[in-house]
Design a protein around this ligand. Structure first.
Ligand code: ADQ
Length: 495
């Protein structure tokens, strides 16, 4: 299949992710408003233009009645989206419970929930049952929409049970699974009571992908240590079946950002921001409000920097844009109040009647406003405690062609492996080190900034989300052809 050859039909792709790229808001009995969701997965999958792609996922809303379901299905069809309807209890146990309270923190090295241990063990099982049930519901919708030859691409930790559900019903379906979070060291993964089931199910896929080589290696070690299987340079071998395991570092649609900077409304916005912050260096953080993003640690490091460098106090501003997510989970509510409290304290301590050192916004910005902010930034501060990749670092670099600002990046973000040589890498837990990096970044000579920027810009513009998706799908097709050749024992070359 040659993607360049326009005469060939585009490859049909069923992209399955927990959430659709749009969220649905009910307007009436049978009318719906669709809003684009914010998040790394949505941004990344904008790179699927080369494919005839359909999305399958949950629309983020409970729709118990048939009239509502029919109307929503129709509205979503226009966006090539197909809904999976999950009831409230399943969402609570599967999504809030097993996905967000168990797998997400564990895969980011934040451990398992510890309070009320005995009841957690019991509820753990019911949450896992709900997880399997939800995955089966996704599988049912895939089967209903599947056409022969389709590639099914399953995304993320919510759907680790899906490859098995798909293959059980139809072993010929081409199934790929990609993880957007880190895959932790096998020593961490083995804490999961359901560790075997999840690994075995993922192995039912033909191709398993991760952002970095390290995550892929951790996955293979988990399979060898926990399942006793054999790891090979290609992947994992299970009873004669090879599951390919490889690294596919994600990227962004860099052209979209570069082009946006030329738009008059973005230029106006840039002008406004420059006037607003004239005479001050701009530091920027853009994150979903999540404990993995290390927002409190970042703000404390900024405080330490201001404490130690009084000459900078009225010459620098930190803009922290933190879009709230998972707002019904108590830990996230706690995090939000913690961040507000620290910001209030620092602004009280170092602010003046006319200026404050930190502007903290807890909301989502539209694409053009975000591009303008990236473009006026002098230093981007990304201090994730763990992060699968981190696309904000890529977006910042794409918008910095004229400013050539500095990227301070956590060594625990997957992006540190691709942008590390063009960034100041930090351990986000080491507040003093982050504070020192802020000082180094603000004082960095122009030629050094230029060199670091060029390195990153080259990477971001050549490793795009389009390239990422095309490589994954083409590798999946190749894997299947190789497997067919192997099992039918067809000689590769005529003898
Ligand atoms: P996320 O944890 O969501 O993604 P990230 O990769 O940084 O993290 O992507 C966030 C996306 O949301 C970016 O495109 C950013 O522009 C957007 N965004 C964040 N805050 C915003 C705001 N306030 N307003 C508007 N837009 C905002 C997960 C993993 C990551 C991995 C991605 C993709 O956790 O590690 O890089 O998936 O695989």
């Amino acid at each position: 299949y040659d993607r360049q050859d326009q005469r060939l039909p585009k490859q049909r792709l069923l992209v399955v992710a927990n959430r659709l790229p749009v969220s649905a808001v009910r307007q009436g009995k049978d009318s719906w408003q669709l809003e684009i969701s914010v998040g790394g997965l949505v941004s990344a999958l904008l790179g699927l233009k080369e494919f005839d792609a359909r999305w399958i996922g949950w629309a983020g809303v409970n729709v118990p009645d048939e009239t509502g379901q029919e109307a929503l299905t129709k509205a979503l069809a226009e966006k090539k989206c197909i809904p999976v309807f999950l009831d409230e209890d399943t969402v609570h146990q599967y999504y809030n419970g097993y996905c967000n309270n168990i797998i997400w923190p564990l895969f980011h090295y934040l451990g398992l929930p510890q309070e009320d241990r005995l009841s957690t063990t019991r509820s753990f099982q019911s949450q896992f049952d709900a997880y399997k049930k939800a995955n089966q519901m996704f599988a049912n919708v895939v089967h209903e929409n599947y056409e022969e030859g389709d590639v099914v691409w399953c995304h993320d930790y919510h759907l680790m049970f899906l490859p098995k559900c798909l293959k059980e019903k139809n072993s010929n379906i081409k199934v790929g699974w990609f993880l957007h979070t880190p895959f932790p060291s096998s020593e961490i993964h083995r804490m999961l009571p359901s560790r075997r089931d999840l690994l075995e199910s993922v192995l039912a896929a033909d191709l398993v992908g991760f952002h970095t080589y390290d995550y892929a290696r951790h996955f293979v070690s988990a399979c060898t240590r926990i399942l006793g299987l054999e790891g090979t340079p290609e992947g994992v071998e299970n009873q004669g079946k090879l599951t390919r395991v490889a690294a596919f570092p994600i990227g962004i649609d860099s052209d979209r950002f570069i082009r946006a900077l030329e738009l008059p409304q973005v230029q106006d916005h840039i002008k406004e921001l420059k006037e607003r912050f004239a005479g001050r260096k701009v530091m920027l953080g853009v994150d979903r409000l999540d404990m993995i993003k290390g927002i409190p640690q970042k703000i404390l490091a900024f405080e330490e920097f201001l404490e130690e460098n009084p000459e900078w106090r009225d010459k620098v501003v930190l803009l922290q844009i933190a879009v709230p997510t998972r707002t019904d989970v108590p830990e996230y509510q706690k995090l939000s109040s913690q961040v507000h409290e620290i910001v209030g304290r620092i602004n009280g301590r170092f602010g003046t009647l006319t200026a404050v050192p930190i502007h903290h916004l807890d909301r989502s910005l539209d694409f053009h406003a975000l591009c303008a902010l990236y473009a006026v930034t002098d230093v981007a501060l990304i201090t994730s405690l763990r992060d699968g990749m981190n696309l904000v670092s890529y977006e910042f670099v794409a918008c910095q062609a004229s400013k050539k600002g500095v990227l301070i990046l956590s060594e625990f973000a997957g992006a540190a492996q691709s942008l590390g040589a063009g960034a100041l890498l930090v351990n986000p837990w080491n507040i003093a080190e982050v504070a020192a990096s802020i000082s180094q970044a603000l004082n960095m000579p122009a030629d050094e900034r230029e060199k670091m920027h060029q390195h990153n810009f080259m990477h971001v513009t050549t490793h795009t989300s389009q390239e990422w998706a095309a490589t994954f799908v083409s590798e999946l097709n190749d894997t299947i052809i190789e497997a067919q050749l192997r099992t039918r024992q067809v000689p590769l070359l005529p003898v």
